[in-house]
Design a binder for this molecule. Structure first.
Ligand code: THG
Length: 512
């Protein structure tokens, strides 16, 4: 690694060197290249700036991206073979650096974060969440550096392996740091022990290895001696579905526990919420977020679509604030492409997009955006012609969108198909058609499904009975998640009870 670790303009300014960003970065990479000769690649090295992002600090996300872009351009100019973003404590800042790298050059990018003894970063992000979020955003390898010693890093690496479709990096310290009598930092592991411990790291699944604080060439020699004959873990597509927030990841399969997407953060039909949003207030939004999480929502839908406000600004504000007060992943719900993109850019996790349909213009913009930011998306089977007229047409639209998505490198595991519920009052077959769509998606396509509930019973008395019966039937037909109001106890209880009756893993404890 070229010693360019803190050579961003913000850190250099502390030393009055902000005008020398170019010379320092270019020069240090060039010297490193000369030293390495043809024997090694040289990575341009980046880390945190020391200044905090909004809403905790005062720095804008886009400003931080610019700071990183500047440094990265000079690292590239200096001849770096790859980029390494390391010792990151904030997932948001790691995302900013990765986005900057992707938008500046085509070099491979490694990202490693630093975890405390509790397995989380200083900002509260666990290893799996860091890993999946950065992997989805396009990092070429992700892992852990610095942190504690290699013995404590084994668990972190193991947890990442379960989700990894890219190589895992491990670059621990020489044991745990402590203060020496003269106030310096000392590490408690000698080179031999370090080398032995690193074998366990390889067994845990890491395939890119190194030493951080307290290590020197002797440690690396021992590391190589102990691990070079070991067989590295196979890196392969895991085909897992998952969503993350800054501090939590949920993963799900086609037979796992039923999930509720809380629908309440949506001003449609809510006068009081509309009034608050017009005044720029977020109190009701935060109350709704906390209440829905408490009532069992696994994901929260965020929709800021109403007249008289700046929808984009409010969407971003809502994401920041909701992300701070709950740990559920978010579903970004807007009919505007630019708002979805702005939201995904700042969202500190892997989001679910609501939604992408076969409206050609929008679809062609949204699919590459979903890929770039590594999001999952809800596939809404509508087209430029409007609602599909029958089940066959619906299935045709679903297959067309999946086919188009795959052209951009998205996979079936990135997609949740909306069953598209109509009203039985208008079409007596509406429920049956949605149930068949759900069954078809699960059994024929192996794709996850979602449905709203409110449409089904429109205009009928005692709607909750119909919605509950419908939800129960949908779960039996393989529904993965529903967008609903989790404060409707009957619905949630019926859904959890359905899972129990189907004997899904973990459903018993959840029901009780
Ligand atoms: N599929 C997908 N997305 C969706 C839906 C879907 N998003 C919108 C909708 N359907 C689900 N969301 C809502 C949000 C609010 C209401 C219903 C569905 C709602 N609001 C009450 C009203 O309009 O009177 C207010 C109730 C309250 O205060 O909570 O009913 O099908 N992909």
């Amino acid at each position: 690694y070229a010693p360019t670790f803190t050579c961003n303009r913000i850190k250099l300014k502390e030393y009055g060197l902000e005008k020398e960003v170019k010379e320092i970065n270019k020069g240090l990479v060039a010297i490193s290249k000369e030293a390495a000769g043809k024997k090694a690649y040289v990575a341009g090295n980046l880390t945190m700036t020391g200044e905090q992002l909004k809403p905790i600090g005062s720095m804008d996300f886009e400003t931080l991206i610019d700071v990183y872009k500047e440094q990265i351009q000079y690292l590239v100019d200096g001849g770096a073979d790859l980029l390494v973003v390391e010792t990151m404590m904030s997932l948001m800042e790691a995302r900013a650096a990765l986005i900057a790298a992707k938008e500046t050059c085509d070099l491979p990018v490694f990202v490693t974060m630093t975890f405390e003894e509790d397995g989380k970063t200083l900002y509260g992000t666990d290893a799996v969440t860091a890993f999946v979020t950065l992997q989805q955003l396009g990092a070429d390898a992700v892992g852990a550096n610095c942190s504690t010693g290699p013995d404590k890093m084994v668990e972190i690496i193991e947890s990442m392996r379960e989700f990894g479709s890219i190589p895992i990096i491990s670059k621990p310290n020489a044991g745990m740091p402590s203060l020496s009598e003269d106030g310096g930092t000392i590490y408690d592991m000698d080179p031999k022990e370090f080398g032995r411990e690193m074998k366990k790291i390889v067994e845990a699944g890491a395939t890119i290895l190194g030493g951080c604080c307290g290590t020197d060439p002797e440690y690396i020699r021992e590391l190589v001696k102990n691990t070079s004959s070991m067989k590295p873990s196979q890196v392969e597509e895991k085909g897992i579905r998952f969503l993350s927030s800054e501090r939590h990841t949920i993963s799900f399969g086609l037979d796992s526990k039923f999930l509720i997407v809380g629908e309440r953060i949506n001003p449609t039909g809510k006068k009081k919420l509309q009034q608050e949003l017009k005044e720029g207030k977020m109190e009701m939004v935060l109350d709704m977020a906390a209440e829905q999480e408490e009532k069992g929502a696994a994901i929260l839908d965020i929709n800021m679509g109403m007249n008289g406000i700046d929808e984009k600004e409010m969407m971003i504000k809502a994401i920041y604030e909701v992300s701070r007060c709950v740990s559920t992943p978010l579903c970004i719900d807007s009919s505007h492409v630019d708002i979805i993109e702005a939201a995904l850019r700042i969202y500190p996790g892997r989001a679910l997009i609501n939604s992408i349909s076969l409206e050609k213009d929008k679809m062609e913009h949204l699919l590459p955006i979903a890929k770039k930011y590594g999001a999952m998306f809800i596939l809404l089977p509508l087209s430029d012609k409007g609602l599909p007229e029958n089940l066959n047409e619906k299935i045709e639209i679903i297959n067309t969108i999946i086919y188009e998505a795959q052209k951009y490198g998205l996979t079936k595991e990135d997609i949740v198909v909306d069953g598209l519920v109509a009203t039985i009052g208008a079409n007596p077959n509406a429920a049956r058609e949605t149930l068949e769509t759900i069954r078809y998606c699960k059994e024929q396509l192996q794709v996850a499904t979602i449905t709203g509930l409110s449409n089904i019973s429109f205009g009928l008395p005692d709607r909750i009975s119909i919605n509950t019966a419908f939800l129960t039937m949908a779960v039996q037909n393989g529904l993965t998640m529903a967008i609903a109001n989790p404060s409707q106890d009957l619905l949630v209880k019926a859904a959890f009870a359905s899972d129990l009756l189907l004997n899904k893993t973990g459903a018993d404890i959840r029901y009780i």
